[in-house]
Design a binder for this molecule. Structure first.
Ligand code: NAP
Length: 330
């Protein structure tokens, strides 16, 4: 079985393609023949020894999301049969040609979609839906601000907002990403990041502020972003690309009754991950289906699994729009 293996601590050069044993599914598990996986910033951190896989997941094989076909079922599996097309968020190990996971962690690939497209869905859309809707409470008619709208999660969040009938304001430092996001339904593109986004969010809402901010950057810009929120608004902190420290005007948090919440998928208890997968399956997945889907995966490019080190370099360059998929069939 072929897998990308983290052979030390460092940059993409620590990744090597190796043969590893084929995993056998436990009673409630399925084994998936992985046709495609996708890469995430967490994989880059894991290579550097700064984000180990949670217990129970392969420690040295990166990869948090995948799409493929069930090729073996444990004795107690009821939801799937061999040959079913599935996709999933996992705690690690997706950059291998097979992986085992609990049957409840998998969701079906939207009808007819190729695994190389579906692999770009799970992490970005689970995260965006969970942050903006389940935790942020975004509803139709509301406003969502997205800090780094050209990111994998950002491109999912802007589509989900449009799908709900909410409006969005989103930032990027790169004009072409704003142009692309606008074609997906971004109402107010903002060239810049936190400060510019907060100012544009106030202006777009006649100074009322937005109901929800999804922040992929963190850092010192967090304080400015709280100024984008309406009373009782919610800021959901998803990523820390701009840093781990920020000042916060607690007077504003208190008087405007704001909520500032951090969130992470990877280290959640299994029951919470399964609950999110079921909510996603019933509320979001149908929008990827039909003759005119309203949601679609956003893929910067697909690369062979063997080129994973180059894919990591590309992601770190900040030049990508949407997801980088690794095609395991090449
Ligand atoms: N909490 C969770 O469960 C969870 C789940 C998924 C992802 N994440 C995190 O969310 C973040 C985004 O992930 P992703 O995969 O969606 O992103 P991505 O596709 O890697 O894109 C991130 C974008 O952010 C912008 N950016 C990067 N560094 C920046 C900086 N210092 N200041 C301003 N903008 C910067 C860049 O675009 P421009 O330069 O063009 O603006 C970059 O393309 C990452 O930190 C990731 O680890 C968290």
């Amino acid at each position: 079985l072929r897998a990308a293996v983290i052979t030390g601590e460092g940059g993409p050069e620590v990744l090597s393609i190796q043969e590893v044993p084929t995993p056998e599914p436990g009673p409630r598990e399925i084994r998936v023949r992985v046709e495609a996986s996708a890469i995430n910033r967490a994989d880059l951190l894991q290579c550097r020894g700064r984000y180990p896989a949670p217990p129970g997941w392969p420690a040295h094989i990166p990869g948090l999301e995948l799409a493929g076909f069930v090729d073996a079922c444990g004795a107690d599996v009821t939801r799937w049969r061999v040959g079913d097309a599935v996709m999933a968020v996992v705690g690690g190990g997706a950059c291998a040609d097979a992986i085992t996971l609990l049957e409840d962690e998998a969701v079906p690939i939207p009808g007819g979609m190729a695994p190389t497209d579906a692999a770009a869905i799970p992490e970005a859309f689970f995260t965006a839906y969970d942050a903006a809707v389940l935790q942020g409470g975004l509803e139709g008619g509301g406003w969502l601000a997205i800090n780094a709208v050209g990111s994998g999660v950002g491109t999912a969040a802007v589509q989900i907002a449009r799908c709900l009938g909410a409006r969005s304001v989103g930032s990027s430092r790169t004009q072409f990403k704003l142009d692309r996001a606008t074609t997906m339904g971004l109402d107010v593109p903002v060239l810049g990041s936190s400060d510019a986004l907060a100012a544009a969010a106030r202006q777009a809402t006649d100074k009322h502020g937005v109901q929800v901010v999804v922040d992929l950057l963190g850092g010192e810009g967090l304080e400015a972003l709280t100024g984008a929120l309406t009373g009782q608004g919610r800021l959901i902190l998803v990523g820390l690309l701009a840093g781990i420290r920020s000042q916060l005007n607690l007077g504003r948090v208190l008087t405007r009754r704001l909520t500032v919440t951090g969130t992470v998928l990877r280290s959640r208890p299994t029951a919470e991950k399964v609950a999110l997968a079921r909510a996603f399956e019933s509320k979001i997945l149908p929008h990827f289906e039909g003759s005119t889907p309203s949601l679609y995966p956003v893929i910067d490019r697909a690369m062979p699994l063997a080129h994973i080190a180059d894919a990591h370099r590309l992601l770190a360059s900040n030049q990508t729009f949407g997801k980088i998929v690794l095609d395991h069939t090449l």
